[in-house]
Design a protein around this ligand. Structure first.
Ligand SMILES: C[S@@+](CC[C@H](N)C(=O)[O-])C[C@H]1O[C@@H](n2cnc3c(N)ncnc32)[C@H](O)[C@@H]1O
Length: 263
């Protein structure tokens, strides 16, 4: 019988890594953003040391986190429906080192900024993002309007600092049109994030559309799966990959199985 490995927790990382995570969370101003180390390990296969090393790098991201928070505050967004796992996105992209990341759903660009920061440190790869922006109606965000609406005079990704945009291919329009076109242009997607229209049919369609372009070992993520029924579990089952939930949240992922080595 093999002994089960105890789950990896933030507390098991070095003091430097823990402190960098706490400071980055404060700088971004999102209390939910404490990284789930076990989830990163399960999705990437990386060990405690490697995960600690990339999370320690968050220290260098503090100016970016501050800038994103200030841009949100200046646009009247004390809270905004961003991805709740920005530091995991950074860590996963650092550990997987993908040549191509595809994300659908940008809005202000919290997820995009963390992917781009990782690609910059990787010194390789491109982020291909698709967004159909919802427009804020007037100069102020009014009651009942979604915080993901883009303020007047801005474009999707408006909170992403300019210096990070070098590796960014941002396409505006419906994913129903743009994702198949993007797929035709790409080979070898190493990381995919669904964070746009959260319906079962749409998520199932996006996963099937991106599937032929995914590399073995690619990480596939989907947020808000409480709204998308069986779409992700069915996809996971059909790939043979294990559905990995971030704690008790409905942000889920899997790692595409790798073929066994030739005999
Ligand atoms: C929750 S926000 C994305 C948040 C972003 N990932 C972050 O972490 O900051 C969802 C975005 O998806 C966009 N969207 C909704 N339906 C879409 C579609 N069919 N195609 C592309 N984008 C869509 C919305 O307008 C919005 O900008």
């Amino acid at each position: 019988m093999t002994a089960r490995r105890p789950p990896l927790r933030l507390e098991s990382l070095s003091a430097e890594a823990r402190e960098a995570c706490a400071r980055a969370r404060r700088a971004l101003g999102d209390r939910r953003a404490s990284p789930n180390v076990e989830w990163i390990a399960a999705l990437t296969g990386a060990n405690r040391r490697a995960i600690g090393d990339v999370l320690e790098e968050l220290e260098a991201l503090l100016p970016m986190e501050e800038e994103i928070r200030h841009r949100h505050l200046a646009a009247g967004r004390e809270s905004y429906a961003q991805i709740r796992a920005p530091f995991e996105l950074f860590a996963i992209a650092r550990l997987v080192r993908p040549e191509h990341i595809v994300e659908v759903g940008v809005s202000s660009g919290v997820s995009s900024a963390h992917f781009l920061a990782a690609l910059r440190r990787n010194r390789r790869g491109r982020l291909h993002s698709i967004d159909l922006p919802l427009r804020q109606r007037g100069p102020q965000l009014t009651r009942g309007e979604s915080s993901v609406a883009v303020p007047p005079g801005r474009e999707s990704g408006w909170a992403v600092p300019e210096r990070l945009r070098e590796r960014w291919d941002l396409r505006l329009g419906p994913s129903q049109e743009l994702l198949p076109k993007l797929g035709d242009e790409l080979t070898g997607v190493g990381l995919f994030l669904h964070d746009d229209l959260h319906t079962p049919a749409h998520l199932a369609w996006e996963l099937e559309t991106v599937r032929p372009h995914l590399l073995p070992g690619a990480v596939v993520l989907a947020d808000n799966t409480a709204w998308t029924g069986e779409a992700f579990p069915r996809f996971a089952e059909s790939t043979g990959g294990r559905l990995l939930r971030r704690g008790r949240s409905d942000l889920v992922g899997l790692r595409m199985p790798e073929p066994p080595p030739p005999l």
